[in-house]
Design a protein around this ligand. Structure first.
Ligand code: BGC
Length: 854
């Protein structure tokens, strides 16, 4: 099969490009193979090549900074995107995302993440689409197509075995060849072969003993030679840690730069004959082909006034880009995809959608009602211009309908770190504006630069004065005037990696050194802190100054953060919530992950909701008969109160339109369209794979192919809710299943399914087809997802949908022969609304056959 090139403007197929070794010296060609800074590739004016700008993804297009003057649309997190089970919708959204990226001068989006949710505790699980490889591959391919249709190159990551965060830089994932092929490699293969992704990112970890940035077997033999990948293999940031093995293994581009293991060392390796010059030229040719795809040899990026664009001219090349501003993703589409991702898990007596006429008072309760987690932590983070909060949107709903009253109660605390002070409580002591002042000072205290920021959490990859950085003598200072809202003890937290000091009203009251975390990204997502307490009276003001001299051995982005919290009494918060619930007709309780509760760089330790959230739900449910729980989490949490509440709506980490989509769904203006892309466990003990803690640096994938629901099915474990579950707002009957008479070797199987909307409103059903193979045996799945399709119908109407099951589902990787083997015999095709509700069954027989279906 010939791999298609990326589609649309990014996909124009370029002829094989010669790097013009007569135009560029070896050193200059090698220089192109390492980034020129944190986010950009190098330029070569001799070749008409400008720098190319990369940006994280996948939940937005952040640009090269978290500059608040250059905001980015914040999409629902990828697990929410996976929950749509709707590749067409995902492609539309991704195309809009690509357009936003393009309008900000971004050439390469570092997304999507197509690792699998191997364990529910995986800190970065929210950044994956599913626990299932077929669903991941189809959603991932749609995402790649959409982004690339907008003229931006997509990067599928992290290749491969980066399915958890503990020791992610070093662990050795031991994965059997058949499991790699059938489970973990498959989504990458689909994104390479079917969607033509322009880049693949090599991960930090090792696989079967070899670092992924050096893995010739995977990067060269499988990715290039077998799948025909013609794009660029880019390293994860600082993942390339050797010269010759990475160069000969199959890596093309080392990021970030300008330093790194290639440069002069690679030139010398070529001169010494350890790396062939032809290999260098192949890497340059791949880079130039990428440049042609994104127009980096023919046009300049848009100049938009964003952080990305402002810094885009540092190669000295002229920038004549368009003057129009960024093109953000349309709000209506964003709101629609957010609602389409919400999964209705439980809906006793049809309590949802709510009838506003039946509500006099609605109590909105919970720590995540007040402070929702709209996105996960780490490189995925973006700064949206505006977030629609639940209270605001429910109040709008009340005003637009019957005028019911909305009361808000926090209910309890759930934060892991001292929270950022409430908006409006901080002011810049110099300008008086809301927010804080950041100062960059030299070793002698001389002021080098200063800026205003609206939040007390600052982050820099580049762009600080030369004297400020890891191992440099200068300091970062954050100053803020804080006005206390409540009387009593307040905790003040100064976070950052290095030497920290806290001063109040000019008097230093604490100083100390914080440790350097194991993973550089932790400096940003969970910086260690220094804490002091202060007794304040409501309305009083203090000036807080925190000073950080970054550690000499730190790495990653520089971060400084001021947190301030008044000592809140959980007992009082719980009692207040109970009173609010008792006085209301409906209680909507929003619980879930706190800020940075789910993040890159760290796995979670437990599936339990943090703080006293379980107690909160139980007490509210006892006080209010109509209690609706909204779970604001990107990955599974336990729900011990499940049977006590009327409805449960899973909202993921929903992005900036959270409130608007929530109001739409609660009021029935939109259907909660999602289906679970991950199994929700009943408890920790019954999770087939709970932790991913390496043992002496080794992480064994001992469950083999039994990932996610496959493990639950094989061991006959009952989850809280199975993979694929989701109720929507109508009911469906499954009426008929038709299969072709036989299954030809190497062919897809297309089955027809009749379903009827047996409810009272129009809706969408996700029809799921599972395949039960003839010969099971130890370690083999009972059934696997073979395909899915959307059915949409008005009440009472029957529709027929076709579900395509790819040939690969009927093959196994023969480890001895090292090739795909078609499995003859009788397959049961089972169709229904989840992996555990499968009312339709039919059999199809396949004879033994050549050739292999790969
Ligand atoms: C992450 C990547 C990300 C890169 C750049 C790494 O720590 O693993 O997903 O693209 O940083 O931010």
């Amino acid at each position: 099969m010939n791999p298609p090139e990326p589609g649309g403007q990014a996909g124009s197929v370029s002829p094989p490009v010669r790097p013009a070794d007569d135009q560029l010296s070896l050193a200059a060609r090698v220089r192109l193979l390492t980034g020129s800074d944190s986010w950009r590739t190098g330029a070569a004016p001799e070749l008409g090549l400008r720098q190319m700008t990369t940006s994280d993804g996948p939940s937005g297009a952040r640009g090269v900074s978290l500059d608040e003057n250059a905001p980015s649309t914040c999409l629902p997190c990828p697990s929410a995107i996976g929950a749509t089970w709707d590749p067409d919708l995902v492609e539309r959204v991704a195309r809009e995302l690509g357009t936003e990226a393009r309008s900000k001068g971004i050439d390469i989006l570092l997304a999507p993440t197509i690792n699998l949710m191997r364990t529910p505790l995986g800190g970065r699980g929210f950044e994956c689409f599913s626990e299932d490889p077929l669903l991941t591959g189809q959603i991932g391919a749609a995402y790649v197509r959409g982004v690339q249709a907008a003229g931006v190159a997509a990067t599928v990551k992290h290749f491969i075995g980066n399915d958890s965060e503990t020791e992610r830089w070093t662990y050795d994932a031991r994965i059997a060849p058949g499991v790699l092929r059938e489970v973990y490699l498959w989504p990458f293969e689909v994104c390479v072969r079917d969607a033509g992704t322009a880049l693949v990112m090599a991960s930090y970890n090792k696989v079967n003993g070899v670092p992924m940035t050096e893995h010739r077997g995977l990067l060269t033999e499988i990715l290039r030679d077998e799948w025909g990948f013609t794009g660029v293999v880019i390293s994860d940031w600082s993942a390339a840690r050797s010269t010759v093995p990475t160069a000969t293994g199959g890596l093309d581009l080392v990021m970030p730069g300008p330093d790194g293991p290639w440069g002069d060392l690679l030139v010398r390796a070529v001169e010494a004959g350890a790396v062939s010059e032809a290999l260098v030229d192949d890497k340059v040719a791949r880079l130039l082909r990428l440049a042609d795809r994104v127009g980096a040899r023919t046009r300049t990026p848009a100049a938009t006034g964003t952080g990305a664009a402002r810094q885009a001219g540092s190669d000295g090349s002229p920038r004549t880009g368009r003057a129009e501003g960024p093109r953000y993703i349309g709000q209506d589409l964003l709101r629609a995809v957010t609602a389409a991702s919400f999964v209705l898990l439980r809906n006793q007596s049809g309590v949802l959608p709510l009838d506003p006429g039946s509500i006099g008072r609605l109590a909105l309760i919970g720590p995540n009602a007040v402070r929702p987690s709209i996105q996960g932590g780490g490189s995925v983070t973006v700064r949206p211009a505006r977030v629609r909060m639940p209270a605001e949107s429910l109040t709008d709903l009340a005003e637009a309908t019957t005028g019911f009253a909305v009361t808000v109660a926090q209910g309890c605390r759930n934060e892991l770190a001292v929270p950022l002070p409430p908006t409006g409580s901080l002011h810049d002591p110099v300008t008086g504006e809301p927010g804080v002042r950041i100062e960059f000072r030299g070793p002698g205290g001389d002021l080098l630069a200063a800026e205003h920021a609206s939040t007390s959490s600052g982050l820099w990859w580049d762009g600080t004065p030369d004297q400020i950085g890891w191992g440099r003598p200068g300091t970062l200072t954050l100053l803020a005037r804080f006005r206390a809202e409540a009387s009593g003890e307040h905790t003040i937290s100064a976070a950052g990696v290095g030497d920290l000091a806290i001063a109040i009203d000019g008097h230093e009251i604490a100083a100390g050194r914080t440790p350097v975390p194991d993973d550089p990204v932790q400096s940003m997502v969970a910086p260690p802190d220094l804490q002091v307490t202060a007794d304040l009276t409501a309305g009083s003001q203090i000036t807080v100054t925190i000073t950080l001299r970054p550690a000499s051995d730190g790495a990653g982005p520089l971060a400084i953060r001021l947190g301030i919290a008044s000592a809140q009494d959980d007992d009082a918060l719980l009692a207040e919530a109970e009173r609010a619930a008792a006085a209301a007709d409906v209680a909507v309780v929003v619980v879930g992950s706190p800020e940075m509760g789910e993040t890159e760089g760290m796995d979670r330790a437990t599936l339990a909701l943090p703080g006293r959230q379980d107690e909160l739900v139980a007490r509210v449910a006892a006080a209010c008969q109509r209690t609706i729980v909204v779970v604001n989490a990107g990955m599974p949490v336990l729900m011990p109160w499940l049977d006590q509440v009327s409805a449960v709506l899973w909202a993921w980490l929903p992005g900036q339109e959270f409130g608007a989509a929530l109001a739409d769904v609660l009021a029935g203006r939109a259907e909660p369209g999602g289906r679970l892309p991950v199994t929700l466990p009943a408890d920790e003990a019954s999770c087939p794979v709970l932790h991913a803690i390496p043992d002496d640096g080794v992480l064994r994938y001992d469950e083999g192919a039994l990932v996610g629901y496959r493990g639950y099915d094989a061991a006959e474990i009952a989850p809280a809710f199975p993979f694929g579950h989701g109720l929507g707002y109508t009911r469906w009957t499954y009426d008929g299943l038709r299969l072709p008479p036989g299954l030809a070797a190497g062919q897809d199987l297309v089955v027809e399914v009749d379903v009827t909307n047996a409810g009272a409103r129009s809706g969408r059903e996700v029809v799921q087809a599972y395949v039960e193979p003839p010969a099971g045996g130890p370690g083999r799945p009972v059934r696997v997802l073979g395909g899915f399709a959307s059915a949409e119908a008005d009440p009472g109407k029957r529709v027929t949908v076709g579900v395509r099951i790819p040939a690969r589902v009927f093959a196994r990787w023969d480890e001895t022969a090292g090739q795909w083997a078609w499995q003859p015999g009788q397959y049961r095709i089972r169709v229904g609304s989840s992996s555990r509700v499968l009312p339709l069954t039919a059999a199809v027989t396949s004879g033994p056959a050549e050739p292999s279906p790969a």
